[in-house]
Design a protein around this ligand. Structure first.
Ligand code: FUB
Length: 327
């Protein structure tokens, strides 16, 4: 073949390969951020230069209505767009006292250890319970830190006779070093955690939040405490603000609308590389997504100058790659 022709064939091959790559890349970015599995109940935190995202795994096959969740998953990213899946770091079987249901969870770091608070079904104390696992690395492997549940249904039975009110743990370490655990379905509970992070310290208290369903997420930003939560059913996300972690909490109304094709909504809110993010799930992935085959999505979150939060705009494009702000 003449050299000139060879060159033009090569450049056609190169151009079409580049176009394919661009299309492929376009197809893999945007919401949902994890496209290889159904993921639900996101929580996230920043460690060193990366975001660690923890989710439940919806395994119900198409047509099955009901949760099938046996394990928790971990992904990490340095830009909020490209996500690395880590080896499955925790399953219900890691808690010998648990029966099934790998429901919502959150990880926090203290003194170089990573504590993963999870909701699951207790095998012998009827109802849902909260367990805690620990690891030396944010991606695990994690092991049961206590050998028993941290919270069981009978500990809150004076407040609620429901079997699934002890779910959806959210954890924070306050500015003074005191850690708190928030959780609950229909009732929002909170309690102090001891320095060791694996024992409650004192009474379990209840917070009155209008329309509270479940999924509390506690976070601190610019001197304000924010307690966001799922409200109603199907669920939207509401939030309250306070200058004190013990309240009083001011109801600020809806933060996120129905997330789409999912009767639950579950959020995590973080700051990373100078931007704020709202991480949630919907039922929007492929033709089979839904309330029991959910997918984690990420969009931007914007604060107003008075500390209130603008309503979330959910998108299919998702967020752009985060970059370090110039020093
Ligand atoms: O994924 C099971 C349950 O659905 C969670 O614990 C709730 O927050 C809701 O998302």
């Amino acid at each position: 073949m003449p050299i000139k022709l060879l060159r033009s064939v090569a450049s056609v091959i190169f151009l079409s390969a580049t176009a394919t790559l661009a299309i492929a890349q376009k197809a893999i970015t945007g919401n949902p951020v994890i496209k290889t599995k159904y993921t639900a109940d996101p929580s996230a935190f920043v460690y060193k230069d990366a975001v660690y995202l923890y989710t439940g795994h919806d395994e119900a096959p198409p047509g099955k209505e009901g949760y099938m969740m046996h394990e928790w998953l971990c992904f990490s990213s340095t830009d909020m767009v490209a996500w690395t899946a880590h080896a499955i770091p925790l399953t219900v079987k890691d808690f010998t006292w648990a029966k099934d249901d790998a429901w919502a969870s959150q990880v926090i770091e203290r003194d170089g250890k990573f504590y993963w608070y999870v909701a699951t079904e207790h095998a012998t104390i009827p109802g849902k319970a909260i367990g805690v696992a620990v690891a030396d690395n944010p991606a695990g492997p994690f092991k049961d830190a206590l050998g028993k549940a941290l919270v069981t249904n009978n500990m809150t039975s004076p407040e609620s006779k429901m079997m699934w009110d002890d779910i959806d743990p959210s954890v924070i370490i306050d500015k003074d070093g005191q850690a708190y655990l928030f959780w609950g379905n229909t009732k929002c509970y909170y309690a102090k955690l001891k320095q060791n992070m694996i024992e409650l310290d004192g009474d379990i208290k209840t917070i009155n939040l209008p329309g509270y369903t479940e999924a509390p997420w506690i976070h601190l930003h610019n001197g304000w405490y924010y307690l966001s939560y799922a409200t109603g059913f199907p669920e939207k996300i509401s939030y309250s603000m306070s200058k004190n972690i013990n309240g009083p909490w001011k109801n600020m109304g809806i933060l996120n609308e129905l997330a789409g094709n999912s009767n639950t909504n579950h959020q995590a809110i973080i700051d990373f590389k100078g931007k704020s993010y709202f991480i949630y799930h919907n039922g929007g992935m492929d033709g089979n997504g839904g309330s029991f085959r959910r997918s984690v999505c990420i969009d931007y979150l914007y604060y107003n100058p008075d500390g209130s939060i603008k309503r979330i705009v959910m998108t299919t494009e998702g967020v752009k790659a985060a970059i370090n702000k110039a020093k």
